[in-house]
Write a protein that binds this ligand. Structure first.
Ligand code: MLT
Length: 411
């Protein structure tokens, strides 16, 4: 007898995209110890937690050190005090009402968007946009919902909805019937958005086909334009067909603190093999209560402070700061004559590589000649080839310095 592995893992690319980016960056730094590398690769925040958040966090840590206020296991779904703030601040202003047991607090949208596929049958047909946040694809590969990767970089059995300059990054509906569609808006990696009408097309498709939309809105806080929906539930009928993922990571600097949430309305259902309707809320609740013990109490208290009056002001300042960087990147690259997308409702700027260079070649050029790290678009899927993603999460000084260095390159 030998231990057999899950061979689906062998279908994956050898490393996660950001691991490969970090590897190349570390190798360059090792060979060039004096190089002052500016990181605009992984979308990781740089500003510290806001003062109100830290104060609440510290207060909650103190509570944990006092026998009278100490808390052990919390609810696996998260504390109601946080779910109530989430509903009041993130949904009610957009005319969406939710119950606290439709909000599942977790340690990350990456985990939730990766884990959610467990509650669905392996036979479901999955559609993703291309390019795509790779977690949606890889987790379905790991589960065995795809075949091998083909020569064109696409996995057998997966439907790819192309997004590029030609269609203004608006995916078309799948030609074949699909059961589950992953959408991320504002989009990672392209930084582009869908309008109400464009998102409605997908909601209507899901209603008509009894399909489910997995809507990742981790970048909602960066929305600036009026015609961009803040939550999919603003679209009529979406509560019957959509699960939405949100995160405190980019919104409040929680990438290292970890807090997010997933909304699973009670209306949204799937079907068993006999055709009976089953609430997805009930399945996700069952999954979370078995496999997850909740986010730590101090972290949830810190997250709730994001919604205090001071917290809101402080966080807005931080988001505005990042969006100023986005403006600087967008306008500087446009001045160089590059084709630039995103950066208006998103901290991501999606740049067409000059002279049809491939994504990794442009990545290497920026790293070697400007000491600036981006993320090669091809790492997000075949339609990302010929693009590179830059993030607005560095300091304004570094952002300007990076643009200055790039402007001196000869493309
Ligand atoms: C990214 O750079 O795409 C994000 O940081 C990834 C993530 O949030 O997991």
């Amino acid at each position: 007898m030998v231990v057999k592995i899950n061979e689906n893992y062998l279908k994956l690319k050898s490393s996660y995209l950001f691991v490969e980016v970090a590897r190349r960056e570390a190798e360059f730094q090792k060979n060039n110890p004096d190089a002052d590398i500016i990181k605009m690769g992984i979308g990781d925040v740089t500003k510290p937690l806001a003062p109100s958040v830290i104060k609440a966090f510290q207060g909650a840590v103190d509570e944990m050190g006092n026998a009278d206020t100490f808390r052990g296991y919390g609810p696996e779904q998260g504390y109601d005090f946080l779910a109530e703030e989430i509903i009041k601040n993130d949904f009610e202003p957009f005319g969406v009402s939710l119950d606290t047991d439709e909000v599942f607090i977790s340690d990350g949208a990456k985990c939730d968007t990766g884990n959610i596929q467990e509650i669905f049958d392996l036979g479901n047909k999955i559609a993703v946009t291309d390019p795509v946040y790779t977690v949606y694809v890889d987790t379905n590969v790991m589960a065995g919902r795809t075949g091998e990767m083909k020569d064109d970089g696409m996995y057998e059995g997966l439907t790819y909805l192309k997004c590029n300059a030609e269609n203004e990054f608006v995916p078309e509906l799948p030609e074949e019937d699909v059961d589950i569609i992953y959408l991320c808006y504002p989009n990672n990696p392209t930084g582009t958005t869908l309008t109400y009408d464009q998102l409605k097309v997908f909601v209507d498709y899901a209603i008509e086909h009894k399909a489910i939309i997995l809507f990742d809105a981790a970048y909602e806080c960066f929305i600036r334009e009026d015609d961009v929906p803040h939550t999919i539930y603003e679209i009529e009928g979406a509560k019957n067909v959509a699960i939405e993922f949100r995160s405190f990571s980019k919104m409040a600097g929680f990438t290292g603190t970890r807090c997010a949430y997933t909304v699973v309305p009670k209306e949204v259902a799937g079907y068993d093999s006999k055709g009976n309707e089953v609430q997805l809320n009930q399945l996700w609740n069952r999954r979370q209560t078995t496999k997850f013990n909740g986010v730590s109490y101090p972290v949830q208290v810190a997250a709730a402070a994001v919604y205090s009056d001071d917290g809101k002001k402080e966080i807005k300042e931080i988001i505005d700061y990042y969006m100023e960087n986005a403006k600087v990147i967008k306008s500087s690259l446009e001045k160089l004559g590059l084709e630039v997308y995103g950066g208006v409702n998103s901290p991501y700027i999606w740049v067409k590589t000059p002279n049809n260079m491939d994504s990794w070649a442009f990545f290497d050029l920026l790293l070697n000649e400007a000491n600036v790290v981006g993320t090669p678009g091809s790492g997000f899927g075949p339609s990302g080839e010929g693009y590179l993603r830059l993030t607005a999460f560095n300091t304004l000084e570094n952002t300007k310095e990076a643009m200055d260095r790039i402007s001196k390159l000869n493309f």
